[in-house]
Design a protein around this ligand. Structure first.
Ligand SMILES: Cc1cc2nc3c(=O)[nH]c(=O)nc-3n(C[C@H](O)[C@H](O)[C@H](O)COP(=O)(O)OP(=O)(O)OC[C@H]3O[C@@H](n4cnc5c(N)ncnc54)[C@H](O)[C@@H]3O)c2cc1C
Length: 420
């Protein structure tokens, strides 16, 4: 196959925004490879509104938001192949893919952007006792069935996990005529956005039971009942707190995992916290010319931030193709501490970084009336007060290159949550 300057794996919002930005930065020879039969990624099944408030200052549905970017790809004449599964990438950036038209084929690329998104944590990983009857779905599968295939998974529903997809599906199933009995969440806080708890549960009187988990599933052929129980600080069920719900469906919304099998095969180093690649300020992995963005890098709360991050990856990949590998050897490590779980990026190249770099992260628990504090080595340089911070919402700090260059020899930047 012909060589491309830039190959992008995944045609979801991240892949599309990366392609548009790389094209606008001067790289015209781009190929997007997408395993599904259309561009747009998982947004095609998210038919509720609320997308694009930051990017377009409008409330769009998922498919509308995706279409805005698909249109930009088409206007620029950027090439893409659908129904095409990428099987492997070599460290030399040889992409091996397969589809029913071309068979198996190899594409050499000067740079590669990983934009494969994420997948849902499966029931098997959750160790729920009981039989395995019909009627147990991941929330994403139920979303696809209802929104794309016109099928209702059931009529009386219990949802385990309060991630955003579970919250959205609680409302969706209710609007389609099902009775959602309860949303049970293992943690003492919800994993989703506050706005989704209000709009999807409170507005429909659906109870959210925090610090609860499923302890039993009844039914041999089909789910007949689900029992939940309160959990203690050790997250183990407390005997005597069980509540039994007669239902025919259990939806699982227990977290998303970046889809990084391909990344691992090339030797991309992954973060044990995010399960996404460890990247520098340019969103470049440890393999020169291989970049990552979107949910494959870390699971985002809003797609607007996916598009913003992916555009940066596209511009940085363009610069790599135009200017070659970075020769910067100085690195400043970003250290998450005191309630900050991780940072993306993980390190900065002071001489190479753009004028500003957005550092994104999540906190590990709920913090009230606290501050996000940034230190250059031991010196406090920034403090931003926040009334509330929760694990379900992403936070960010913007670092300026000029501030970093004003402190030569700096070894680390620490971001932490402090009281007050
Ligand atoms: C089930 C589910 C439901 C969601 N619902 C919502 C919601 O309601 N609201 C919300 O704000 N966010 C939702 N999200 C989050 C949403 O995924 C992100 O905001 C956004 O779509 C991430 O964009 P992305 O491009 O990184 O990933 P995706 O949209 O997942 O796109 C990744 C693309 O890569 C393709 N791909 C993966 N591997 C390969 C391969 N080997 N070869 C070729 N192509 C490949 C996939 O087919 C996919 O099209 C949901 C996520 C999931 C998993």
């Amino acid at each position: 196959m012909k060589e491309y300057e830039l190959v992008i794996i995944g045609g979801g919002p991240a892949g599309l925004a990366a392609a548009v930005a790389a094209f606008d930065a001067g790289i015209k020879d781009i190929l997007i490879l997408e395993r599904d039969h259309s561009l747009g990624g998982i947004l095609n099944q998210c038919i509720h509104n609320g997308f694009g408030l930051h990017t377009f200052k409008e409330e769009l549905t998922g498919p509308e938001y995706a279409a805005r970017f698909t249109d930009q790809v088409l206007e620029r004449g950027i090439e893409y192949k659908l129904n095409t599964m990428v099987m492997d990438i070599s460290p030399e950036k040889m992409v091996c893919a397969m589809n029913s038209e071309d068979g198996m084929f190899m594409i050499p690329a000067k740079a590669v952007i990983l934009a494969m998104g994420c997948r849902e944590r499966s029931r098997g990983a959750l160790n729920i006792p009981g039989y395995r009857p019909a009627g147990i779905f991941s929330a994403g599968t139920a979303q696809r069935l209802v929104n794309m295939e016109g099928q209702m998974p059931g009529k009386r529903v219990v949802i385990l996990g309060s991630g955003d997809i579970g919250l959205i599906m609680a409302r969706r199933m209710t609007l389609e005529g099902a009775k959602v009995l309860v949303v049970a969440e293992l943690m003492p806080y919800s994993g989703g956005l506050k706005r989704n708890i209000v709009q999807c549960l409170d507005d429909f009187d659906i109870p959210l039971k925090l610090s609860h988990t499923v302890t039993d599933i009844e039914g041999r052929e089909r789910v007949e009942a689900v029992t939940i129980a309160k959990v203690g600080a050790d997250r183990r069920p407390i005997p005597g707190t069980e509540i039994r719900y007669e239902c025919d469906t259990l939806l699982l919304s227990c977290g998303l995992i970046p889809e990084n099998e391909l990344s691992q095969n090339i030797g991309v180093e992954l973060s044990p916290v995010t399960s996404g690649p460890i990247v520098n300020d340019g969103l470049e992995t440890n393999i020169p010319g291989v970049f990552a963005c979107g949910n494959v890098l870390h699971v985002h709360d809003l797609v607007d931030y996916v598009s913003e991050e992916a555009a940066a990856a596209g511009r940085n990949a363009a610069s790599f193709i135009q200017n070659g590998e970075s020769t910067e050897s100085d690195k400043i490590e970003l250290c998450p501490e005191g309630g900050v779980r991780y940072t993306v990026p993980v390190y900065l190249r002071p001489g190479k970084m753009n004028d500003t770099v957005t550092v994104r992260f999540r906190v590990g628990e709920v913090f009230k009336n606290s501050s996000i504090v940034t230190y250059f080595d031991d010196d406090e340089v920034m403090r931003r007060k926040k009334q509330i911070m929760a694990p379900g919402e992403m936070e960010q700090v913007i670092l300026k290159k000029s501030d970093i260059l004003a402190k030569p020899g700096m070894k680390k930047i620490t971001i932490r949550v402090e009281e007050g």
